[in-house]
Design a binder for this molecule. Structure first.
Ligand code: AZC
Length: 828
């Protein structure tokens, strides 16, 4: 095989845009500042300077990118296509510098040009193209695939507006549009010559082809153009750059002159508006479907773009269409892209003329499906009439898939019509719905959950019928997170300490941190560990003051709960704990207690009233607690506004205690739990999602466990759970609830939190009351151990040392071996 020189010089001029000496980088930054950004060194704002630095880094990525593509082509590899409606990438600059090993020369070049790299990095507005865990997981997986050399393309939507930015006004969440593209996006490259067309609506018609075969064609009512924007994703020192390919919807016609000429000015741009709306904005709901037409249009849009793109690449490589499944492994990140099953069938049968059986063989050997949630409200289903009006041909195809599938079910489970009706892709009850999870299960050769417990619950409950039909399809792949962004980039202080002791091999082999275990018994190392932790907390303390005006004590315990606001995640249980401590201190002002700072962060879906009320509750409690002289220096409550990836990078490293307190059986995995523990925070948590596996990995003695198990949750509910009885029998809980309902935290308004309190007292579907005392007792153990700083440090070091399993590199290896059957390659 021919060896490619790397990095491949592309143009032999003085600066070939691959040089990495400080002098060359300075020249390149100034060159980009002048010719691309269009300003001079003297006039450039930090924002403009950031752009010049980003272009300079991108220039150095391109050679790797082209070399990677050439190499994949040469080796004729099978490529993973990760289809996801969300990619929550976070800022690229610092991560790219780390992965390219350019941090030091760039830092110096920037300094010699009179700027500070830290300040320049802060200019980058992060692409918030995701809601939370699901979108961030996709981003971690792209990092690991590029690091391991797994040939991969990420396919998604280039939303013009990402997740809203959150402001807190008078304690309430206010949403503002996130115009992340305001200053442009230096990382992406638009490739308009690779645009594809995507249809909507219309009708289908039959025809007979030249061989006499009956065929169907879809005549859409409208067609939009999908234009790809590529962002190269570099692996950690692997020399590889994969492609994140996000599609923007545009009009095929920019203007209808006929309508314009007849005086219909609105109509002249109507098609344009429809087309451009599709990639306009990310739906800000996590784990709750909104049966909106636009959402289905978005899902179909990027899925169709992706499949057409793959087929184009497949044929361009000189291959036959019937080998498609040998060269492409498509991962469905939740059901959002599951319409792809029907779309691939349509493309193969209608457009490429394959017969149904062959097309199905290809399709069902191409897709795999990851489920991310057990919440029933998150299982996507579309009203059939709406589906029919947007995707009439796909409904016909789904009906055919379903008919063949149900006859297979009947063969296995003769006479069990209840089962047939549960498994049907079409829910025939009432209004009638298309069930996307059923379509995904039928069309995929593997179905996976994202943590061991989650996969077991999928098999036992949500997807039980499918498991009983095809047990071999089901597999677990526990989530992971990238230690590059979540440790090295976020926590340079602790990373340096680790590297000094065990070398830097942990960056792409996190198991190497095991070597730190012995150091847990080394008093000098523990002291150093605490010094570093203190510095990191000071950094966050400064940020908090700037962002909220609240001054917190960096030597207090940082007790942190950051994630989307959701009842099942139980941010309000944390509030019950805070108030329990508050009243204890009010009663006994001299009570000895390590001071704690409670940090919250997270966004609520704009339409989720209860979640928004929980934010208001946190801020209302903060207002009272933070101004009460009786608890001054002991308790501080802070709600950090606008929690996003950048803020996460500041928060995880500074945490002492990680709150993972969901109702057992509700959190599919969690990934924040992993980021905290990797950074040496101790976890207080329930036996839910990946908490269980984290606890097994770090040692049960190094994890604060409380609460009911998933089984106990179910039986408690089944036995007729009565939260009010718990309230009546527990004086401390009663005191807390009564204080909220008395208006003590709402300027005497007794109605403000009524919906929340009524729900807790009457039904409490997430069992806060059932877990309350166990949580409080466990928190008291936390307080006790925290007094012994030596013991706390020992436990923290062991947590950080034993998190190897939760690197996304391990997850990606499992996907590669057990699902995708792709081999990692090294650059040729
Ligand atoms: C989340 C799960 O809630 C979380 O437990 C898991 O860690 C994460 O996916 C990654 O697997 N689910 C979502 O974010 N779901 C949606 C629809 O946003």
């Amino acid at each position: 095989m021919e060896k490619l020189a790397f990095p491949a010089p592309i143009v032999q001029i003085e600066d070939d845009r691959t040089a990495t000496s400080v002098e060359a980088l300075k020249r390149a930054i100034l060159d980009n500042l002048y010719y691309i950004v269009g300003t001079t060194q003297a006039n450039a704002s930090n924002q403009e300077f950031f752009a010049a630095v980003a272009y300079t880094v991108r220039d150095r990525i391109l050679a790797r990118w082209f070399a990677t593509l050439a190499c994949y082509k040469q080796q004729d590899v099978r490529v993973v296509c990760y289809l996801s409606a969300e990619f929550l990438m976070g800022p690229h600059l610092a991560n790219n510098l780390l992965n390219l090993d350019l941090e030091e020369p760039i830092r110096q070049a920037v300094a010699e040009l009179g700027r500070d790299l830290g300040v320049i990095e802060e200019q980058e507005s992060e692409p918030g193209l995701g809601n939370g865990g699901l979108g961030r997981l996709a981003a971690c997986y792209l990092d690991s695939m590029a690091t391991l050399g797994v040939p991969a393309i990420g396919y998604g939507i280039r939303y013009e507006f990402g997740i809203f930015s959150q402001q807190i006004r008078d304690g309430w969440q206010v949403e503002l549009t996130d115009y992340w593209l305001r200053y442009g996006n230096p990382w992406e490259i638009r490739h308009p010559h690779e645009a594809v067309e995507v249809g909507y609506g219309g009708r289908t018609e039959g025809w007979t082809d030249s061989t006499g075969r009956y065929r169907v064609r879809w005549v859409p009512a409208s067609v939009v153009r999908g234009v790809p924007y590529n962002t190269p994703i570099v692996g950690y020192r692997s020399g590889i750059a994969n492609d994140l390919r996000l599609w923007r919807s545009e009009s095929t016609e920019s203007f209808y002159f006929d309508r314009f000429n007849s005086g219909d000015y609105q109509g002249a741009v109507a098609g344009k508006t429809f087309a451009e709306n599709i990639s306009k904005v990310l739906y800000p709901n996590d784990e709750e479907i909104q049966g909106k037409e636009l959402r289905l249009q978005q899902q179909y849009f990027f899925t169709s773009c992706a499949l057409q793109d793959m087929i184009r690449l497949h044929l361009r490589a000189g291959r036959q269409i019937d080998t498609f499944h040998e060269k492409w492994a498509i991962q469905l990140n939740d059901t959002h892209p599951s319409i792809g099953v029907a779309e691939l069938m349509r493309l193969l049968v209608d457009e490429h003329g394959l017969d149904w059986e062959k097309a199905w063989e290809i399709t069902s050997n191409t897709f795999s499906y990851t489920n991310h949630t057990l919440l029933p409200e998150a299982l996507e289903r579309w009203p059939r009439p709406m589906f029919a009006s947007i995707l009439p041909r796909h409904l016909e195809i789904i009906n055919e898939i379903n008919a063949r599938f149900l006859s297979e079910v009947r063969k296995h489970f003769d006479g069990d019509e209840a089962r047939v009706s549960r498994m049907s892709i079409i829910d025939e009850h009432g209004e009638k719905f298309v069930r996307m999870a059923n379509l995904a299960c039928v069309g995929s050769y593997r179905v996976n959950g994202v943590a061991a417990l989650h996969t077991e619950l999928l098999k036992k409950e949500v997807l039980r019928d499918f498991y009983e039909l095809w047990p071999e399809k089901f597999i677990n792949v526990t989530n992971g997170v990238t230690p590059r962004r979540w440790l090295a980039v976020s926590n340079p202080e602790q990373s340096a300490l680790m590297t000094r002791r065990v070398g830097n091999g942990w960056l792409n082999n996190l198991d190497e941190l095991k070597q730190l275990e012995g150091l847990a018994e080394d008093a000098a190392f523990r002291a150093e560990w605490r010094r570093v932790q203190h510095d990191v907390k000071v950094r966050l303390t400064n940020y908090i003051l700037e962002a909220t005006g609240i001054s917190v004590d960096p030597s207090s315990m940082f007790d942190v709960l950051v994630k989307r606001i959701h009842e099942y995640k139980r941010q309000h249980l944390k509030v019950l704990h805070i108030l329990t401590l508050y009243f204890r201190l009010k009663r006994k002002p001299n009570l000895e207690m390590a001071p704690r700072t409670f940090l919250f962060g997270g966004k609520a879906a704009p339409g989720y009233a209860m979640a928004k009320l929980i934010i208001k509750l946190i801020n209302s409690v903060a207002e009272v607690v933070n101004t009460d002289p009786d608890v001054k220096h002991r308790l501080k409550v802070v709600f950090l506004p606008d929690y996003d990836v950048s803020l996460g990078q500041k928060v995880y490293p500074a945490a002492d205690l990680s709150e993972q307190i969901s109702t057992a059986g509700k959190e599919a995995s969690g990934t924040g739990n992993m980021k905290f523990a990797m950074n040496g925070a101790l976890t207080i948590g329930t036996l839910d999602g990946a908490n269980i596996e984290i606890r097994d990995a770090v040692g049960h003695e190094n994890f604060f466990l409380f609460g009911l198990t998933a089984d106990q949750v179910q039986s408690t509910l089944a036995q007729g759970y009565r939260p009010r009885a718990i309230y009546e029998s527990n004086p401390f809980l009663r005191e807390v609830i009564d204080s909220i309902s008395s208006g003590q935290f709402s300027h005497r308004d007794q109605n403000l939190f009524r919906p929340l309190l009524d729900q807790l007292l009457n039904s409490d579907p997430y069992l806060l009351f059932a877990d309350y005392q166990s949580y409080i007792d466990c928190q008291d153990r936390v307080t006790e151990i925290y007094r012994d700083q030596e013991q706390w440090s020992r436990m923290a070091i062991l947590n950080a040392a034993r998190m190897g399993k939760f690197s996304s590199d391990r997850s990606i290896r499992e996907y590669s071996e057990n699902i995708w059957r792709v081999a990692a390659i090294t650059l040729c």
